[in-house]
Ligand binder design. Structure first.
Ligand code: GLN
Length: 193
């Protein structure tokens, strides 16, 4: 597959490397012509407000929305999760997303307790070490969204941190920052098929 990584801001280089290590070709996407050539798209971690603003300036909002609606497999990590959400809590005024995933995410959700942390998670039956950096969590999901992984906060509440809806997947954490390719492989092998 030819994997595109939205390369406007954030850790897109790490996602390119992960996709290549999984045996796929991976390219940076900044233009509509580049978007048109990819089979699947990754929205990286970074700052969702900055990525949305740049996507607007690069005239990429509608083309990406159109491809997502047409079934292009898309994976968002952290800021990318926010960009795939239909609804945001604690976004900036008027913050736009590409949407597609029928969920509400809370931006900087863990930040009220702890800014960044690492945690061992069960992800689709395998255990993995996850890095969270000013991460969102999933506050509410629609009936077709499947929870793949959750985290329990010190107040004993469980919060989804990895979800999937058909051809769309999102994680609150950053698998591109670890050497474990399990999450990328799940996206390529299960979500993209
Ligand atoms: N807090 C950031 C945002 O709102 C996301 C952080 C990240 O991607 N590590 O976009």
């Amino acid at each position: 597959m030819n994997i595109g990584v939205l390369a406007l801001q954030g850790d897109f280089r790490e996602h390119i490397k992960s996709a290549q290590e999984c045996g796929h070709s991976a390219v940076e996407v900044r233009r509509i012509s580049e978007l048109n050539q990819v089979d699947a798209l990754i929205l990286p971690g970074g700052e969702s407000t900055a990525i949305a603003l740049l996507a607007k300036n690069y005239d990429l909002i509608d083309p990406i929305r159109t491809r997502i609606k047409a079934g292009m497999p898309t994976y968002g990590s952290c800021a990318g999760m926010i960009l795939l959400a239909d609804r945001i809590v604690d976004g900036v005024q008027g913050q736009i997303t590409f949407g597609g995933l029928d969920m509400t995410v809370r931006r900087n959700a863990f930040g009220r307790q702890v800014d960044s942390f690492e945690s061992d998670l069960n992800f689709a039956g395998t255990s993995l070490h996850a890095i969270f950096i000013r991460a969102p969590w999933v506050e509410e999901i629609g009936p077709h969204v499947e929870v793949i992984s959750s985290v329990t906060t010190p107040d004993s509440q469980s919060h989804p941190v990895a979800v999937r809806q058909n051809h769309l997947m999102a994680t609150s954490f950053h698998p591109e920052l670890t050497h474990d390719l399990a999450v990328h492989r799940y996206f390529f092998d299960e979500v993209c098929k």
